[in-house]
Design a protein around this ligand. Sequence first.
Ligand SMILES: [Zn+2]
Length: 347
Amino acid sequence: MKTTVNILPASDGDCILIHTFDNAKQPFIILIDGGRGKTFKNTLKKAIQEYEKIDLVILTHIHNDHIGGLLKLFKSSLGKKIIFDKIIVNAPNLIAFSKEEEIGYNEAYDFEKEIIANYKDIKIINDITNLNDKNLGLPEGIEITFLSPDLEALNRLKKDWKPLGKDSEDTFISSVVKPCEDHDKTLELLAETDDITQPPSDIENASSLAFILKTNDFNGLFLGDAHHKIVSESIKKCAEKHKLSLPLQFNLIKVSHHGSIENSSIKLLNLIQSENFIFSTNGGKTGKHPSRTTIAKIVCNPNRTTKTINLCTNYPLEEVEKRTGALLNPNEETKHNFNLLNKTIFQ
Ligand SMILES: [Zn+2]
């Protein structure tokens, strides 16, 4: 029995399926996000169609590239056949809010309405304040430590609800592979670029759940689209509390926000290390995921602990680079001991 993590292709979004097991060797299945609406039909449906039960669903935040496929799943006949034990929904008190007509987050509202109406037995955890202090009822051997959001980000989300755009199809694919932005700068130079602090207006990503999942044979970091500053602070506190030495080591790290330049910082990367960094993206709508600067900050990190790093995309590289442009120059992988490759299943 081995933990398996499957990073499903989900366009520019996230949809992650984890098979693990508890101390009693009972399987424990986790689904993190559902990608865009079309992800359900394209990949998620097939991946889970034989399942009788999913133990835990986690919706990291309410952006369409995370909630879309989950909404389709829960509205589908397949969804109604599967037993869902628990769901952690990062869309606090939506129903209460909508009564006052203060929100317009249609997908998130629809989602919660669907679950309440048609999934009577599911345990909904939608108050995500101080999640680490709550008893989530996880079996022995499955441990989740939440690192984001903090209270400030959550309060801003509640205060500043605004309508989301439509789940538009991403049709942008350039026909010729051009070099990506910053292609002319070396990775060493890009690694020294100042970290970007996300604007306070980015409230949904700031409220994204990020967490460590620790099981009998696995230790993974799933960063959703969280902000690096919030995650860094939490990691420092967590290490202090549990007397862990930094950087923390993981079997894999799902890089925040599809590898964007804004969401990974040197300060954060100094605290976390792994052999496998994952970019869940097809290149992104604007062709900026992953960013070459994020790649540089990972591979040129002086605190790096592994000889060879795998930077993994969940789409073939050619497809990603049709949107981003060529991410690397010749010999950069050899020079900095890393591989940029398409890999979706981790065991
Ligand atoms: Zn996203």
